[in-house]
Each structure stands twice: as structure tokens, then as C-alpha cells.
Ligand binder design. Structure first.
Ligand SMILES: *Cc1c(COP(=O)(O)O)cnc(C)c1O
Length: 432
């Protein structure tokens, strides 16, 4: 069931990589434990059985998406060199690939003179964005919706910046009247908009926030960790589509290639519209240093050692599947979105279910109508039938939740619905 064709391609690519070093005197590294490696790897494989089958379309739970085989192979290939993108000394080629990869992501947002780099996660990427925001507006309050990722509140604590939550509407959007009321009260330095909340996939009304930015003048950060690539999809609803059209007008953006960008874990990205913020990372470096081609990524990153392999994998994936509207990558996102819309529609047509809200991206939240106590039992019964869902506590009750982020989910909807139906019947019978 697991994809293995990329192993042959990896072997070929390794041979090609080796050719680059044939000028050196022959050398084979000592491998301690060489004879026992096979046994240990077999044991590892056994231990890894204790996972949910994240790669399979019947895994329709949390925000987990398999990496593309080219990303996996490119990542592995790079580990034979094991570059460190902290500095050019540690990762020359992979630093160049990182800059190219990040520039391609920036282009998706319409940015051509950005500053940005990869991070080990969306959390660290958001930390950098809020750290910069705090440097520019010291001591001022950071606002995010109550449906924003909890990391913003925790990061603000780490940075010792005041943080406040703005109420959200029933669909999970930041409430604009509440935001304006708070802005009018003063002392707000930064507003965080979420371009696809982790809970429901709700897209904050960015155009309205931008109008408030003109009036009140705050720094605007977009957390697009999960949703950032959806600007490429042509089948969003009008409000979400309009928000993505304006994404390039914010001051900083976080996007996680390890969420929807087909990358293995360890790949977040932070981008700043104004490259001058690079000066904040090192006070003794002149601005011109940051726009020079000889930039060491460690000079604009709070993290020091970082996997060059992540940059290699991301670059390879975008080389294969460019971030073009209408391209294969965009089509994958559109399929996920169609799956979510179709799933929500089918649930809505069945009077046993209540759908929390119309999905804006590819997340669906629903619950057994008038029987909220059944959610947990349905979740358990579904898992027994290999259908893995997620749960979310919101509006004072427990809802079922599916992130339909694999394009294959669309073709598996009937199967998912059949299992869900059986899970409902069994759960209801047990609770009778
Ligand atoms: C996942 C996520 C984060 C955190 O990113 P990690 O890569 O898990 O550290 C932040 N914000 C949003 C909106 C997310 O979906």
C-alpha cells in the first residue's frame, strides 16, 4: 500500500549526487553497528505500526497530509550531504534553493521584494512574525480572533507582549464590530488575521480588516499556516476568494509547507513584505547586507541550525508542481475543497446530522442533531471501521471534524459516508 517507486529514483539520484565528488580520494565512512542495522530497521517498522494510517483516504481526521514522494526522496537525498541552512558555510546549495523556494511562495502572494525564510514549523514562523511586530510596536497589544491558533497567545506570553482575543462569529470569523471597538480603545500594535482557522477552516474578512488598518494604523500579520495555498484554488466562496486576493497587502505572512504544501514535517515559512525588518535580527548589520545575494539565512532567522533538506524537498516539489492557478498542485487543493463541499452537503441533506457551518476551505464540522452526546461514540465506532475522524469542542458541545486535505478524499466520499452511517447506527444502538 505504501509508495516505494521513489526508492528507485532516489537510488539513481544518489548515484548522480555521488558523481559530484569523484574528484576526491576514495573514502568509505565507517558505519558502527553496520551488521545490526537491518534488524533495528525492522524493529522500527514494527513500532511504526502503532499509528493511524495518515496516508490513507479513510484517515479523515486531523490536519495531516502525506508528503509528495518527490519531497520524501529529495529530503532523503539531501541527508547524504546533510546541509545546515544556518549559514552558507553549512549549506551553500540548499541555501540557494531555500531562497528560490521562498521567493516562489512570495510570488504567490504578489511579493517581489520580500524578506523570508523557512522555519521548523508554523509556530516558530509565527514567533518570528510577532517578535518583529513587538520590536516595531514595543509594549503594544496584539489582537487575534478567539478562533486563531492558540500559539499566538502563548507566543505573546513568551515575548512578554500583551495579547487579547477578539470574539468570533458563529462561523468562526473575527467579529469586525468587536475588532473596531477594541481598536478605538487604543494601544493596539498588531492584528493577526487567520487565513483558514485550524478548527473550521474559517477565513477572516481580510478586506474589512485592511479598511480598519487604514483608519487605525496597526501592523497586520496573516497566519496562513494551514490555508495559505488556497489562494490558488478557483472554487472558493466569494468572501474567502476576496480575502486571498488581498493577502499581499498585509505586513507579514506565515505559511506551512508541511500542512498543505506536500512537505514532510519540519517546514514552516515566514515572509515579510518589507525587507528592512531584517535589520532587527542583527543590529550591527547594515540594511544593504540583507538584500545582498550573499545573505546567510542564519542572519535573518531566530533559529540557528535548520535542515537544508527541508529546503531541498520544498524546492523539488515546486519544481515538479509549480504554484500556478490551474496547475496540478492547485487542482489538488480544488479537489479537497470539492470533497468538503460535497461532504457537508450530503450531511446537510440527512436529518440525523447538523453541519456547524458551510466549509470555507476543506474542513467540515458536524454533529448528530439533537444528540450531542453521541459524537464521541460515533468517533469511536468509526475508528473501529478504519474511518478516522477528529473531534472539536465548540459552542459548548462536541462536534465531529474532518480535514479532507487529501485530493483522494473526493473519490472516497461514498465509502466514508457508508462507514459514518454504520457508526451512527451502532453508536445510537449502544446509547439507547
Ligand atoms: C498549524 C497551525 C499553526 C501552528 O503551526 P505548526 O506548524 O503546527 O507549528 C499556526 N496557525 C495555524 C492557523 C495553524 O493551522
Amino acid at each position: 500500500m505504501l509508495e516505494t517507486r521513489s526508492l528507485e529514483l532516489l537510488t539513481d539520484a544518489l548515484r548522480r549526487l555521488d558523481e559530484g565528488f569523484t574528484g576526491l580520494p576514495a573514502f568509505q565512512a565507517d558505519i558502527p553497528g553496520d551488521q545490526r542495522m537491518g534488524a533495528v530497521l525492522a524493529e522500527v517498522a514494527e513500532r511504526l505500526h502503532d499509528n493511524f494510517p495518515y496516508f490513507h483516504p479513510l484517515y479523515a481526521g486531523q490536519m495531516l497530509k502525506p508528503p509528495h514522494p518527490v519531497a520524501r526522496a529529495a529530503y532523503a537525498l539531501a541527508t547524504w550531504v546533510n546541509p545546515n541552512n544556518h549559514a552558507l558555510d553549512g549549506g551553500r546549495a540548499s541555501s540557494a534553493l531555500e531562497k528560490e523556494a521562498v521567493a516562489l511562495i512570495a510570488t504567490m502572494f504578489g511579493w517581489h521584494t520580500h524578506l523570508g525564510h523557512l522555519t521548523s514549523s508554523g509556530t516558530i514562523a509565527n514567533l518570528e512574525a510577532l517578535w518583529v511586530a513587538g520590536k516595531l510596536h514595543p509594549g503594544k497589544t496584539i489582537l487575534a480572533s478567539e478562533m486563531a491558533h492558540y500559539t499566538h497567545e502563548r507566543i505573546s506570553g513568551v515575548l512578554q507582549l500583551p495579547f487579547e482575543k477578539v470574539p468570533a462569529d458563529a462561523q468562526g470569523h473575527m467579529d469586525m464590530a468587536a475588532l473596531e471597538a477594541r481598536l478605538a480603545a487604543g494601544d493596539v500594535g498588531t492584528v493577526v488575521v487567520t487565513m483558514g482557522t485550524t478548527g473550521f477552516g474559517a477565513v477572516d474578512p481580510l478586506p474589512a480588516v485592511l479598511r480598519l488598518k487604514e483608519k487605525y494604523g496597526f501592523r497586520l500579520h496573516a497566519d496562513a499556516a494551514y490555508g495559505g495555498y488556497f489562494g490558488l484554488a478557483t472554487n472558493l466562496g466569494p468572501e474567502a476568494a476576496d480575502a486571498f486576493v488581498h493577502l499581499g497587502e498585509v505586513d507579514s505572512i506565515v505559511i506551512d509547507p508541511h500542512k498543505h504544501g506536500l512537505q514532510p514535517y519540519g517546514c514552516g515559512c515566514v515572509l515579510f513584505d518589507d525587507p528592512a525588518v531584517g535589520a532587527l535580527y542583527r543590529h550591527d548589520s547594515p540594511y544593504t547586507y540583507f538584500s545582498s545575494a550573499e545573505l546567510h539565512l542564519g542572519e535573518i532567522s531566530l533559529e540557528c541550525s535548520r535542515a537544508g533538506a527541508s529546503a531541498v524537498a520544498l524546492w523539488a516539489t515546486m519544481r515538479l508542481l509549480p504554484l500556478w492557478p490551474g496547475g496540478e498542485f492547485a487542482q489538488g487543493l480544488e479537489a479537497s475543497r470539492r470533497a468538503a463541499l460535497a461532504f457537508a452537503q450530503r450531511l446537510g441533506e440527512d436529518d440525523r446530522w447538523e453541519v456547524l457551518c458551510e466549509p470555507e476551505l476543506d474542513i467540515v464540522c458536524w454533529a448528530p442533531k439533537s444528540k450531542p452526546e453521541l459524537s464521541q461514540a460515533i468517533f469511536d465506532e468509526a475508528a473501529r471501521m478504519d474511518l478516522h475522524l477528529a473531534l472539536i469542542q465548540v459552542h459548548g458541545r462536541l462536534w465531529l471534524r474532518s480535514v479532507l486535505m487529501k485530493p483522494e478524499h473526493e473519490g472516497w466520499l461514498e465509502d466514508i459516508l457508508i462507514r459514518l452511517d454504520r457508526a451512527y447506527v451502532l453508536a445510537a444502538a449502544r446509547h439507547f
